[in-house]
Design a protein around this ligand. Structure first.
Ligand code: IVH
Length: 671
C-alpha cells in the first residue's frame, strides 16, 4: 500500500496541474510560470512511475497519449448526433423563421442563438461524475468511434469538470485546428518529407483518427463546446444559459456566440461574421442559428436527421485570384482525359490551392481560359477548388490558348470523342495509366477492399513492375513485398493474407471491382441475379443483356465489349484459376412481400445523408428497382441537391417526386 501522504500529494498535484492547465489553455490567463508548472508535472510523473496503481483517469499525465490501438471500438450514442439543414442566404434565414411560425402558431417572437460554425469534427465527450470517461466521433449519428485516448491529449478539454456538474454529462462540440497551427504543422511535415494536409479540417480529422494517440498528442488540436445530448438533464431553460453552465464546468465556449432577439439581428450577425471571418484564427464555414428556448426546441422536434429548431447558415464560397500557369491532362480508369489547372499557389481562407479541376474541354472554352490568364478561383467547404472565370481585363497579349492533346499523355495512342462528346477518351484498353487506375479501383474500398493495397501501395507495386494486371496481384508472394521501401515482414504478411481473403467474395462485388465502364454495383447485382456464376456470364449471348430489367443499352454495350475482348477473357479465366469462389450476396427470395416491390426509382442530384450506392442498396434490399434513365417505367424520382433536367421532365411526365427526407420516410414507413 502506498503511504496516504503519497495519495494526497498525487491528488493535490493533479488538481493543481488541471487547474493551471485550464487557466493557461481555456482562460488564456496563467498565474504561474511555465517552469513552475513543469516542475509540478515532473513530480507527478515520477510519483506515478513509482506507484502506477495510483494513476487516475483524470491525471494530466494521461494527455501524452498511449500505445497504438488496433482499431477504434464502436460507441453507440445514447442520443443520436443529428446534423443540420443548410441555408445560403438572408432569404433562407427568414424562410427558416417562417417555418417556425407555421409550426408554432402561438409564438409571436423567437429568441435565437447565433454561433459560429467551426469547420472541424463533431465529437461527444462523456463525463461520469465529472470525469472524462469516454469520447466518441459522430460516426453515422447513431454509433461513433471510441477516440477517448486521442481526446485526452487535447489540452483545452478538461479531464475533470469543475463546479456543480450532473452525474452524467454528454458534451457535444467541435474539435478543430487553428490556421497558424495548421500552417506550422504543414511546414514541419514538408521538412520531414511527409504528405501535406489539404486543409485544417483534414489535418484535424487525420490527427483525431490516429490509432496511436501519442501522435495525436503532438498535433495542435483545439475544441469548442456547443451543447449537450439531453438539455433536460441540466435543467437549463435555454441554449444561452446552457453554454454559460458548460463554461462554468471548465469547458471552452466560442466567444463569438450572440443571443439575438429577432431574425433581423440574426441576419445582421450573419453578415458580421461573414466579414470578420477572414480575421479569425480558425476556419468557420457558416453560422449555426438555434431557437434559444429549450421548451420550444422540444415542441419543434426533429426531422429524420436534423432538428427543426436549428439551421446552418453557410457562407458563400471564398475566392482569390491567381495565375493559370499550365494544364495537366490526367487519364482516368475508363480512359477519360481530365484537364487539371496548374495554378500559381494561392492561399484561400488559409489553404494553399495549386490545382483545380477543369472537368473537360467544353468547360475550358466556356470559361475562355488561356495559359497565363489571371483567374478567379474559389473554394467552397470540402469541394475541390474550381476556376470561376478568367479576368480578361488583365490580359497582356502573351496568353496562350489551351490545346487539348490528340494523343494519350501516357500511352500516346490516339484519343477519341465518343457518345458523350464533351469527354476525350484514350480507348487503348492496355494503356498503363488506365491499367493502374483499374488496379487501384480493384483493390480499393469500392472494389474488393484489400487491406494494405491502397492507392499508394498499388502505385508502388505497379512502378516496380510487380502488378501489371489484376491476376498479378494473386501471384504476389511475401518475398516480393518484404524488401520494398516502406514494407516489412508484418505488412507483407498482412497484405498477402488480405489478398488471399479477397478471393472469397460475391460475384456482384467482383464484377463491380473490375471497373467496367457503366457497370456499377447495382448493375453488377442484376448480373449476379441473372447469371449466378462467372462462367455462365462468360458464356452468355450478349444480346440477352438488354433483356435484364434495369440494364440499359449503354451498359449492355459496354459489358459486351468488355466480355468480347480476348485479354479480358484471359484475365477472368486466370482469376478463376487463382481460386476465386463466389457466394451469393443474398438468397434470392421472392421480392413480392418486400415493401418496395413494384417501385422503380430514379435518383438525381446529390444526396446528403447517404451515398448513391447506399441509397440504391437500401432500395434493392426492400425489393425496389433502381434505374439510371427516365422512362415511363419510373414510379418515383428521388431528388437530392442540385437536381438536374430530369426533375423538370419527370414533373411533366407526372412521376412522383420525393426529396431526400421523403425518400427516407419511404424507406422507413414501408417497412
Ligand atoms: S449544433 C442538432 N452548433 O456542424 C444540432 N453544430 O451539421 C447539431 N457545428 O458537424 C449541431 N459548430 O459539429 C452545432 N455551434 C454549433 C456548431 C455545430 C459546428 C457542426 C457540428 C456538425 C455540423 C452540423
Amino acid at each position: 500500500m502506498p503511504p496516504t501522504n503519497i495519495k494526497e500529494r498525487l491528488a493535490f498535484l493533479r488538481q493543481e496541474l488541471n487547474h493551471h492547465a485550464h487557466l493557461y489553455y481555456v482562460e488564456d490567463n496563467p498565474i504561474i510560470a511555465d517552469g513552475e508548472y513543469d516542475m509540478l508535472f515532473q513530480e507527478l510523473l515520477s510519483l506515478e512511475k513509482s506507484f502506477p496503481q495510483l494513476i487516475s483517469q483524470d491525471s494530466p499525465s494521461q494527455r501524452v497519449g498511449s500505445p497504438a490501438l488496433h482499431s477504434f471500438a464502436p460507441i453507440p450514442h445514447r442520443h443520436p448526433m443529428l446534423s443540420l439543414e443548410n441555408s445560403f442566404s438572408d432569404d433562407d434565414l427568414r424562410g427558416f423563421e417562417d417555418r417556425l411560425h407555421r409550426f408554432l402558431l402561438d409564438v409571436d417572437n423567437f429568441t435565437y442563438m447565433a454561433e459560429p460554425k467551426l469547420d472541424g469534427l463533431a465529437v461527444e465527450l462523456i463525463y461520469e461524475n465529472g470525469i472524462l470517461s469516454k469520447a466518441a466521433t459522430r460516426g453515422n449519428g447513431q454509433v461513433g468511434e471510441d477516440i477517448t485516448a486521442n481526446i485526452k491529449t487535447i489540452p483545452v478539454i478538461p479531464l475533470r469538470l469543475q463546479g456543480a456538474y450532473p452525474n452524467l454529462l454528454e458534451v457535444r462540440g467541435e474539435v478543430f485546428m487553428g490556421l497558424a497551427e495548421f500552417a506550422n504543422l504543414n511546414t514541419q511535415r514538408s521538412k520531414n518529407g511527409e504528405a501535406l494536409f489539404a486543409n485544417p479540417r483534414n489535418a484535424a480529422a487525420g490527427s483525431l483518427r490516429q490509432l496511436d494517440s501519442r501522435i495525436t498528442a503532438q498535433r495542435p488540436l483545439d475544441f469548442f463546446t456547443y451543447g449537450i445530448s439531453d438539455p433536460e438533464l441540466l435543467g437549463a431553460e435555454n441554449q444561452y444559459n446552457l453554454l454559460q453552465s458548460l463554461q462554468e464546468f471548465g469547458l471552452k465556449i466560442n466567444p463569438l456566440i450572440r443571443r439575438c432577439s429577432s431574425i433581423d439581428e440574426v441576419v445582421d450577425q450573419y453578415h458580421h461574421l461573414m466579414t470578420s471571418r477572414a480575421d479569425l484564427p480558425y476556419d468557420i464555414d457558416g453560422m449555426v442559428v438555434k431557437v434559444d428556448n429549450f421548451a420550444l426546441q422540444q415542441r419543434l422536434g426533429n426531422k429524420a436527421r436534423s432538428p427543426r429548431w436549428a439551421i446552418a447558415a453557410k457562407f458563400p464560397a471564398v475566392q482569390a485570384t491567381t495565375i493559370l500557369e499550365g494544364v495537366d491532362f490526367q487519364v482516368g480508369r475508363t480512359g477519360a482525359i481530365t484537364p487539371v489547372a496548374l495554378l500559381k499557389p494561392v492561399a484561400i481562407a488559409g489553404v494553399t490551392v495549386s490545382r483545380a479541376t477543369l472537368h473537360n474541354e467544353d468547360e475550358i472554352r466556356r470559361k475562355d481560359l488561356h495559359i497565363g490568364d489571371t483567374v478567379l478561383v474559389q473554394r467552397a467547404g470540402d469541394v475541390i477548388p474550381e476556376i470561376v472565370k478568367a479576368i480578361s481585363s488583365q490580359r497582356n497579349g502573351n496568353e496562350k490558348a489551351i490545346s487539348m492533346p490528340t494523343s494519350c499523355p501516357v500511352c500516346l495512342s490516339e484519343l477519341q470523342r465518343q457518345e458523350d462528346k464533351a469527354v476525350l477518351r484514350c480507348i487503348n484498353s492496355q494503356c498503363p495509366a488506365q491499367n493502374l487506375r483499374r488496379l487501384i479501383h480493384f483493390t480499393s474500398k469500392a472494389g474488393l477492399d484489400i487491406d494494405g493495397l491502397g492507392k499508394k501501395a498499388m502505385k508502388q507495386l505497379y512502378s516496380e513492375g510487380l502488378t501489371q494486371d489484376i491476376p498479378a496481384i494473386y501471384a504476389l508472394k511475401k518475398e516480393d513485398l518484404v524488401h520494398l521501401e516502406g514494407w516489412g515482414e508484418v505488412s507483407a504478411q498482412k497484405a498477402i493474407r488480405a489478398i488471399e481473403k479477397s478471393k472469397k467474395t460475391t460475384l456482384n462485388r467482383f464484377l463491380a471491382a473490375l471497373g467496367i465502364r457503366h457497370i456499377g454495383e447495382v448493375t453488377a447485382q442484376l448480373l449476379e441475379d441473372t447469371f449466378k456464376s462467372l462462367s455462365a456470364l462468360l458464356e452468355a449471348d450478349s444480346n440477352s443483356f438488354l433483356d435484364i430489367e434495369g440494364v440499359g443499352s449503354q451498359m449492355a454495350a459496354s459489358l459486351s465489349t468488355f466480355l468480347k475482348d480476348e485479354g479480358n477473357r484471359r484475365t477472368l479465366q486466370q482469376l478463376l484459376d487463382a481460386g476465386f469462389v463466389f457466394s451469393q450476396a443474398r438468397s434470392k427470395v421472392s421480392t413480392h412481400n418486400l415493401p418496395l416491390n413494384g417501385h422503380v426509382l430514379l435518383f438525381t442530384g446529390k444526396l446528403s445523408s447517404l451515398s448513391r450506392n447506399e441509397a440504391k442498396k437500401k432500395v434493392k434490399d426492400r425489393g425496389g428497382q433502381v434505374v439510371s434513365s427516365l422512362s415511363k417505367k419510373v414510379t418515383h424520382l428521388i431528388c437530392g441537391e442540385k437536381a438536374g433536367s430530369k426533375l423538370k421532365k419527370a414533373e411533366e411526365m407526372g412521376i412522383v417526386i420525393l426529396n431526400e427526407d421523403e425518400f427516407q420516410l419511404l424507406l422507413q414507413n414501408d417497412r
